[in-house]
Write a protein that binds this ligand. Structure first.
Ligand code: F6P
Length: 525
């Protein structure tokens, strides 16, 4: 790998090829990947770009990095460990971890089947945050139309208004509280567990801890907190937090939707793993999405990526992907500590369609910058309102077409001339109706929203992000930026408890001021 990415021959060729590539959508390009279709027609395309992308991947050591990901190499080099989420969803996990992975899968299934047989737990209250929350929360929201066996609720925020709004809707005698925290040191789930335990006690539950299960890689801390071994579901430090849905973090999904749904999720993700591992580069969907992302970020000048699922059940895909993409790719230091030298992960944002059209599409179509979009749709809906589904799909296709094709001035002028007799005024008005076009997008089509397709979709994004990490030369598996803020928050919590003592230690006037102001005892009501 050359020392400077931005001046390397492969980078220069790639960026030039992006500039020269067609962006008119004339060439249909749909990749088949793990049961999904990924339509890249509205991304820059050319034979030279394919070649330059392959050369850039080779220069950045993609083959070896991908092999390392699947083989359990220490691809998370700043924490010196594997990021082996693919092992968790393999029907036959790699030998080094097979025994323990299969054993934990079995324990989870036994627990859920016993609870089902006993008719235990009408409600499940899942307490986690970030990667210990978004995955199962997304899966439950996306798949609840398939029938929920239990009422599964999620409270993540340390803002107690969150959990307080949920507790009155649950029967404390019929609720399993799950604390999900890889580290078992995260403020939010621990604070919420304390609130939940208090709620159980006040409701007369004699042994509240018997209604608590823990999912964690820090078994010692969970035991110390009083969790019984039969309610303790471990996973391992080689599973990144935002890649942990494939571990026992899926317990609430299994309790809500059944163990078979979890197995289908894993199978879908494994199908995408197979595709990522074996498909030729030009037909490899995560790889091509990664390259399209670099084209947008580093050449076409886009600072963000909008993810727009035209399916209300996929609303949580947006924050899930925000954490995946931004926690993984919001970095600048390469393996030898030098800066990447080019922009890395974009801001990721989004909303479900068609609400998004009435919220920010004006900006997407006519702002001077705009953003590339990932549109996500399900070909077949799970309702009988065929015409409404057609309307939904039509809206998605129309927005893509408008972003890509745009509306030139002449066309806009024809429109305004037909309504305005004054040609000068018509020309002015036409300027307001011009759509620049040429804005890239990807369309991801799920055959239908089931667990298999969802697993495949999530793994598609995971592998895209991994590939971008390789291309930029950054480690997508750590999150030192978040750790720093967490430490400062712990310090300020201590200082607030100390009636503002310690405020003087802060350099900036505002932090000093607010520590003093907020250290006054807070009342609940
Ligand atoms: O947001 C920072 C982070 O460390 C994420 O990476 C992680 O998913 C989340 O906090 C929760 O961490 P834990 O599972 O250890 O409670």
């Amino acid at each position: 790998m050359p020392t400077s990415l931005s001046t390397s021959p492969a980078w220069l060729d790639f960026t030039q090829a992006v500039r020269d590539a067609a962006r008119d959508g004339s060439q249909l390009r749909i990749l088949q990947a793990g049961g999904l279709q990924v339509d890249l027609t509205a991304q820059p395309q050319s034979a030279e770009l394919d070649k330059a992308g392959a050369a850039l991947l080779a220069q950045q050591g993609f083959d070896a990095a991908r092999a390392g990901l699947f083989d359990g190499a220490h691809v998370n080099w700043t924490e010196d460990r594997p990021a082996w989420h693919t092992a968790l969803r393999a029907a036959q996990p790699p030998a080094a971890v097979a025994e323990t992975v299969v054993a934990e899968r079995g324990r989870l299934r036994d627990f859920v089947e016993r609870a089902d047989a006993d008719g235990a737990y009408r409600h499940v209250l899942h307490l986690g945050i970030g990667g210990s929350d978004w995955g199962p929360r997304l899966a439950i929201q996306a798949l609840r139309h398939r029938g929920l066996k239990r009422d599964v609720r999620f409270a993540s925020n340390v803002d107690t208004h969150d959990i307080a709004s949920i507790l009155p809707t649950l029967d404390p005698h019929q609720t399993l509280v799950i604390i999900a925290s890889k580290s078992f040191t995260t403020t939010e789930p621990l604070a919420n567990l304390a609130v939940a335990l208090e709620w159980l006690r006040q409701a007369g539950v004699a042994e509240p801890m018997r209604q608590v299960a823990a999912i964690t890689a820090n078994v010692t801390a969970a035991r110390e907190a009083g969790i019984a071994d039969e309610h303790l579901f471990p996973f391992w430090d080689w599973v990144g937090g935002r890649y942990s849905l494939w571990s026992s973090i899926s317990l609430p999904v299994a309790l809500g939707l059944g163990c078979d749904a979890v197995e289908q999720l894993l199978a879908g993700a494994e199908a995408m793993d197979r595709h990522f591992r074996t498909a030729p580069l030009a037909e490899n969907a995560p790889v091509q999405m990664a390259l399209a992302g670099l084209a947008s970020r580093n050449v076409l000048g886009y600072g963000s990526l909008a993810i727009l699922p035209y399916d209300s059940r996929l609303g949580h895909l947006v924050p899930w992907a925000q954490q995946l993409e931004m926690e993984s790719l919001g970095k600048v230091a390469t393996a030898d500590g030098t800066p990447v030298g080019v922009d890395t992960g974009p801001v990721v944002w989004g909303m479900t369609g068609t609400d998004c059209q009435h919220t920010f599409f004006q900006w997407l179509h006519q702002d001077a910058t705009g953003a590339p979009v990932d549109f996500v749709v399900c070909q077949t809906p799970d309702h009988d309102h065929v015409q409404n589904h057609r309307i939904l799909m039509a809206n998605c296709l129309a927005q893509r077409a408008a972003m890509l094709g745009g509306k030139p001035f002449d066309e806009a002028l024809q429109e305004t001339l037909s309504a305005c007799a004054d040609p000068q005024q018509a020309a002015v008005l036409a300027r307001h109706r011009v759509h620049p076009g040429g804005r890239p997008s990807t369309l991801i089509v799920l055959p239908r929203l089931d667990a298999h397709a969802l697993g495949s979709l999530l793994a598609l994004y995971e592998h895209k992000v991994f590939t971008q990490g390789v291309l930029w030369g950054i480690n997508p598996f750590d999150q030192w930026g978040v750790e720093f803020g967490k430490k400062l928050a712990q310090r300020i919590v201590r200082e607030l408890g100390d009636e503002g003592g310690g405020a003087e230690g802060w350099q900036d006037a505002s932090t000093r001021h607010w520590i003093r102001m907020l250290s006054a005892p807070a009342t609940g009501k």
